[in-house]
Design a protein around this ligand. Sequence first.
Ligand code: ZN
Length: 261
Amino acid sequence: MTRPPIRVTVWNEYIHERESEAVAKIYPRGIHATIAASLRERLGADVLVRTATLDEPEHGLTEALLADTDVLTWWGHAAHERVTDDIVERVQRRVWQGMGLITLHSAHNSRIFRRLMGTSCMLRWREAAERERLWIVDPSHPIVQGLEGECFELEHTEMYGEFFDIPPPEELIFISWFEGGEVFRSGCTFRRGKGKIFYFRPGHETFPIYHNDNEQRVLANAVRWAAPSGSPYFGEGRNIPESLSPIQATHVVDESLHKAK
Ligand code: ZN
């Protein structure tokens, strides 16, 4: 039986690539285009990948597009505060309903990630092109499938260090070590409502990290993992116990009691 493709929307604020020549050299069509191309290449007919960016109307995240999205990936850095309240709420609602969310690198400080975590999500950082070693600490997890060895390395990265102010992750998949001595919880999963969330650390705009084979493999695995699964999501509503059904026509329900919030 063939399954319908996972509908992926790759979101990017798309600012550094248009303002910095150095970044444009690494990502000429934007980080989103590189990520989208790698997902298409690795997952083929299993995915339908689209992109959206900050400057599009509604940041490209219309009700219709989000309703048609199984997994949303998010890259932002310079303009977190330009993402409007209604879009943050719209994405949060879709996550509750089951849409997967993959937040990348500096998206630790995005409004949607902070909203879903409920903490500051702040961390220590240093831009010194250090070597990073990502240790796999959950080798059975589908997100690390196909990675070879106990860890993988990135030659030059921006350092993120603990303390990372997030709620305790449901699963911890990667712990990073940096040349300068710090460590960081680099791959974490969370669930909110019916939605699965994966935070993945590497990905600074001045390094070609989204061209890295292991990085791309993790993202492809994460898309499969974060796709909606399980039973349908039901939001708020009054339950009618079997024994009381149907409600007698003579029974008066005081709606005002239920509407008061
Ligand atoms: Zn960065």
